[in-house]
Structures are given as C-alpha cells and as structure tokens.
Design a binder for this molecule. Structure first.
Ligand code: AP5
Length: 207
C-alpha cells in the first residue's frame, strides 16, 4: 500500500499519517522528520539548515535522493505513506518514475485542505515531545505533564507565514498536476482529529 499526503504546513499530515500507518501497518516516511533528524545529528549542510529555518524548501535532488533510499528499506516493503513529499512537480515526476521503475502502482494521493488562519494557529501552538516524537497542540491536543516539549524553529509566526507562501507558490503547479492525472483526492482537514481521520479513511476506502 502506498499513500501520499500533500497539504500545507500544519494541515495535520503528520497527525493523520500516524493513524493511517498504525491502521495499515505501513511505514511513515516524512521528509521533514528526516531532515530534522539529519540536522540534530549534525549531518545536514549549513545552507540547508538555513533554508529550513527560513521557511524555504530544500532542493529537489536532496529530498528525491532521501526518498529513493528510505523507501527501499525493509520496513517499507509492506507499504509506506509519504508525508510532505512530493511538494513540487519535479518531485512528483521523480516519484512516478521511481515507482514505475520498481514495477509498483502509485497508490492514493490525498490533500488535506485547511484555511490559512487555522494553519497559522495549528503551527504556532504545536509542540513535539523530544523523546517520543508525539505531536501535541497547546489548545487542541494538550501535552501531558512532564512531556519534554520542543517548539520547532520554523513554527514561529513569521516563519510559518513564509512557509505558507512557499507552499502556495510551489504547489500552485503540483495540485493541478495531480488533478490532471486524476489521482488526487481532496479531504477537508477542518474538524476534530477524529473527524478528519474518518474522512481520510473514507478517502482511502477504509473505515
Ligand atoms: P515538514 O516537516 O514536512 O513541514 P510541513 O509540511 O510544513 O508540515 P508540518 O510538519 O508543519 O505540519 P503537518 O501537516 O504534519 O501538521 P501536524 O500533524 O504536525 O517540512 C519542514 C521543512 O522541511 C520545509 O519547510 C522544508 O524546508 C523542508 N522539506 C520537507 N519536505 C520537503 C520537500 N518534499 N521538498 C523540499 N523541502 C522539504 O499538525 C499541526 C498541529 O495541528 C499540531 O499541533 C497538531 O496537534 C494540530 N492538529 C492536527 N490536526 C488537528 C485537528 N484536526 N484539529 C486541531 N488541531 C490539529
């Protein structure tokens, strides 16, 4: 099983990805998580660290190579969910070529639609547990006492606005590209997490 989540920053891709991956026993592959892990390990070049901190995208060839290698790992054999990739038409084409080259079908492509004001609130109040990777929200999904919380460097409001601008500019081509292929299913991402999960599972033909 292969699923692709596209959607703006803080639309709930990571939150919903965890439910979908647990339900279907597939691997969650998040380019953002991989890049942050590389940064923490001191393995991300300084120019890419700066791009992420400024809310810009890293170059296509970097994330395409990451995805190509990561999706060959054993835990991806039953299937995988791509969270945050592709973001550009060249990335989408590379993914299509990658899957065709491996003789596998594309799978489902879902976009989560959430209005800009709500995206800003979701990002600015997001906190992540450094130990477990669990995503919380100070208003909608408060962390338990004692959680070791991190506020992402790119979740400060001015950077969030820049990320949203970047997303809108880059995906102005991506979403029509997918729509043209007739494989994009749009999911309303507004509502409680459970409501959105039900819509996502419905779009995947599951309950
Ligand atoms: P990445 O980590 O992919 O960031 P993103 O796409 O901006 O997505 P987020 O992680 O911000 O949000 P999300 O949609 O997963 O939302 P979440 O579930 O956490 O990328 C970071 C950077 O890496 C990029 O800016 C770029 O520099 C680089 N990068 C990554 N991929 C790249 C690529 N392919 N090409 C080039 N560069 C790339 O939810 C957000 C918050 O809302 C949480 O607090 C959550 O608890 C809350 N929430 C979720 N759902 C609900 C709900 N239904 N109701 C209320 N609250 C909710």
């Amino acid at each position: 099983m292969r699923v692709v989540f596209v959607g703006p920053p803080a639309s709930g891709k990571g939150t919903q990805a965890k439910f979908v991956c647990a339900k279907f026993g597939i691997a969650q592959v998040s380019t953002g998580d991989m890049l942050r892990a590389a940064k923490t390990a001191g393995k991300l070049p300084a120019d890419l660290v700066a791009k992420m901190a400024a809310g810009a995208l890293v170059p296509d060839d970097v994330v395409i190579a990451l995805i190509d290698e990561r999706t060959r790992a054993a835990d991806c054999a039953p299937g995988f969910l791509l969270d945050g990739f592709p973001r550009t038409v060249p990335q989408a084409r590379a993914l299509g070529d990658m899957l065709t080259g491996r003789g596998v079908e594309r799978g489902a492509e879902l976009s989560l639609d959430v209005p800009r004001d709500l995206l800003i609130e979701r990002a600015v109040l997001r906190r992540t547990d450094k130990r477990t990777g669990q995503i919380y929200h100070l208003k909608y999904s408060p962390p338990p006492p004692g959680a070791d919380l991190e506020h992402r460097a790119d979740d400060h409001e001015e950077v969030v606005r820049k990320r949203l601008d970047t997303y809108e500019a880059m995906t102005a081509d991506l979403l029509p590209y997918y729509a043209g292929l007739g494989i994009l299913r749009r999911v309303d991402g507004v509502g409680t997490m459970d409501e959105v999960t039900a819509r996502v599972l419905g779009a995947l033909g599951a309950k």
